[in-house]
Design a protein around this ligand. Structure first.
Ligand code: SF4
Length: 133
């Protein structure tokens, strides 16, 4: 296998949709695409951690943002790296308006369902990137 896929969720502190982005990324990396997908902490990009920048340079990059401020996308772009796909968690919610996360610290069943749907969407994006190789 060639390039890895690096999925970078925003930090989303205090925002349920940011938390959902992170949970979806974990499910993607651990359950849906183990060995194909990796992630790293956005803070390492902010301090220009050399190892994090190197990993990003050798990977396809997908960002996942919890709101229109697009912190993950902007953090990657600020390093000079082009993002291959930028996803907003709200894209998934349009199709599942009946599901509302219960809270930030405890997403509840609806919130985890949304995270699962987002993980499946991201999995489709990973498949697209792999076909490009
Ligand atoms: S994109 Fe929105 S939810 Fe995510 S870290 Fe930025 S402000 Fe918070």
């Amino acid at each position: 296998m060639g390039k890895k896929i690096l999925v970078l969720p925003c930090s989303g502190i205090g925002k349920a949709y940011g938390e959902i982005g992170r949970q979806a990324t974990y499910e993607l990396a651990e359950d849906l695409k183990p060995g194909q997908v990796d992630t790293l902490c956005l803070g390492r990009l902010m301090i220009r951690d050399p190892e994090a920048l190197e990993r990003m340079e050798d990977s396809f990059v997908i960002t996942v943002d919890g709101c229109a401020k697009d912190c993950a996308l902007k953090n990657v772009e600020a390093t000079g790296k082009k993002v291959d796909k930028a996803v907003r968690t709200l894209e998934v919610f349009k199709d599942h308006r009946d599901l509302k996360p219960e809270g930030v610290l405890n997403l509840g069943e609806p919130g985890f369902k949304l995270a699962h749907y987002l993980a499946e969407k991201l999995s489709g994006e990973v498949d697209c990137r792999m076909k490009e190789e």
